[in-house]
Ligand binder design. Structure first.
Ligand code: ADP
Ligand code: MG
Length: 443
């Protein structure tokens, strides 16, 4: 089929690990609830295209790649490959699909069986698939496979006479070439490249990227290229999807995305890419603050809001972003019952809890760099009063009443356009997408 339809279509793909009540979870007293590693991901990959999938470690990139190949079973969603529904395939259909869709893993050291020779490693996919059915030229099947392995070695820039060596005899870059050769063995149409150069030296990275580029051209391959580093995808990808905590937050043609990043997360990722050019060296490099929150209990609304430098205050409220962040951090600590009031009383040297002004001063010093004013100040003062009286609920409610953001109440979605971003700074449809609504709402 070459009718212009995408080769790969992913719709609302979800993968939740565990149901939170395994024996181990219970023994360790972990909170119930699953790890929402992939939580409603949609994209297309056109034939011959390279789609990049980028985001910090733990955002769900590998899970997305492995789930769409059905190396892991999806929790929900749809994957179509060349018009066929992958998630509904039976064993025979799956086997046929596996010939056409392959994966290359990040770690060339652990992804090759150390007990097998390179020839055996490269012949294995053929053997598993019962190939060749018939050599047709008097060669035995084993001979055919060995010749094919030599051909593959040659094609990925290794020498055919290395065929009887073992993985440990090769360098990282060479092993990754072997991993690529193994992925090519069945002449696939589509390869998920899961951080294929992340474990390699920079000098070797470029060579492997060039090889992938050449192979794509020669065999008309379609790639999903996973990376945590935006600088790697710039030259190899046609389009890029940026992933954060189980969601795609921005998707667009590579140049558009680099020249005009929309989502604050994409901007932060770009800012943290080291600048090579002299003219750009003076530029402020603002690394992303903090860690990715746990996908077991992701933030409501926009998942990036807990780290976002552009959270949107309610209409009519005048507050600078830093102060707003400080107020939200305070509320979050209060709501998560993560603020030990007794410890604060201890710290102010008043374990009996009578010197409320000292208690409030302590909290202000801990949370706020500058003085607040007007209604903002009033709301914070009332919240601190409530905390001094031990009433967390009232403190949280007071802060929420004045400062609650659309970013926490409503999950932003990707709009239908060439370069969408799931962010409330941009147009959002009036209705949330089906299935997102219940989760996006805050109780
Ligand atoms: P990435 O490839 O972007 O680094 P992953 O897809 O590997 O992210 O992981 C996404 C999230 O799912 C992480 O929080 C990770 O800890 C969790 N995770 C990955 N594999 C498993 C698993 N087998 N069981 C439970 N949680 C997992
Ligand atoms: Mg990964």
């Amino acid at each position: 089929m070459t009718d212009g339809s995408p080769l790969v279509r992913v719709r609302d793909l979800r993968k939740y690990y565990g149901d939170g009540d395994s024996l181990l979870d219970r023994l360790l007293g972990r909170d119930a609830g699953s790890v929402k590693a992939v939580d409603g991901v949609s994209f297309d990959i056109d034939r011959g295209e390279t789609l990049g999938l980028v985001g910090e470690s733990g955002c769900g990139k590998s899970t997305t790649g492995e789930t769409l190949l059905r190396l892991r079973e999806a929790t929900a969603g749809d994957v179509e490959f060349d018009g066929e529904r992958v998630l509904g395939m039976d064993d025979a259909e799956l086997k046929a699909f596996r010939r056409r869709a392959q994966i290359v893993f990040q770690d060339p050291f652990s992804s090759l069986d150390p007990r097998m020779t390179i020839g055996e490693i490269l012949a294995e996919p053929l053997r598993i698939h019962g190939l060749p059915e018939d050599t047709g030229d008097g060669r035995s099947k084993a001979e055919y496979r060995r010749d094919r392995a030599k051909e593959l070695l040659d094609r990925v820039g290794l020498s055919a006479d290395q065929i009887d060596r073992y993985p440990h005899e090769f360098s990282g870059g060479q092993r990754q070439r072997i991993g690529i050769a193994r992925a090519l063995a069945l002449e696939p149409d589509f390869i998920v490249l899961d951080e294929p150069v992340s474990a390699l030296d920079v000098s070797v990275q470029a060579q492997v990227l060039n090889l992938l580029d050449d192979l794509q051209e020669e065999f008309g391959l379609t790639y999903l290229f996973i990376a945590h580093d935006l600088s790697v995808v710039r030259h190899i990808c046609d389009r890029v999807a940026v992933m954060y905590l189980g969601n795609v937050v921005e998707l667009g043609p590579t140049d558009d995305l680099f020249d005009d990043p929309q989502h604050p997360y994409t901007r932060a990722l770009l800012e943290s890419v080291p600048r090579a050019k002299l003219t750009e060296q003076g530029r402020r490099v603002e690394a992303l603050a903090g860690d990715v929150p746990s996908p077991r209990n992701p933030p409501s609304g926009c998942r990036f809001r807990t780290r976002c430098p552009l959270v949107i205050p309610p209409a009519g409220i005048d507050v600078d972003q830093r102060t707003y962040r400080e107020v939200m951090d305070l509320r979050e600590r209060v709501e998560a019952a993560d603020l030990n009031l007794a410890a604060i009383w201890d710290a102010v040297g008043d374990p009996d809890g009578s010197d409320k002004p000292a208690f409030k001063r302590h909290l202000r010093e801990e949370f706020f760099a500058d003085d607040l004013d007007g209604e903002n100040e009033n709301a914070v003062e009332r919240a601190l009063d409530a905390l001094a009286e031990g009433d967390r609920d009232r403190a949280a409610e007071t802060l929420r009443a004045r400062f609650e953001s659309v970013c926490e109440t409503t999950r932003p979605v990707l709009q239908e356009r060439e370069h969408p971003a799931a962010c409330h700074l941009y147009d959002q449809p009036v209705e949330s997408r089906e299935g997102d609504e219940a989760e996006a709402r805050v109780d």
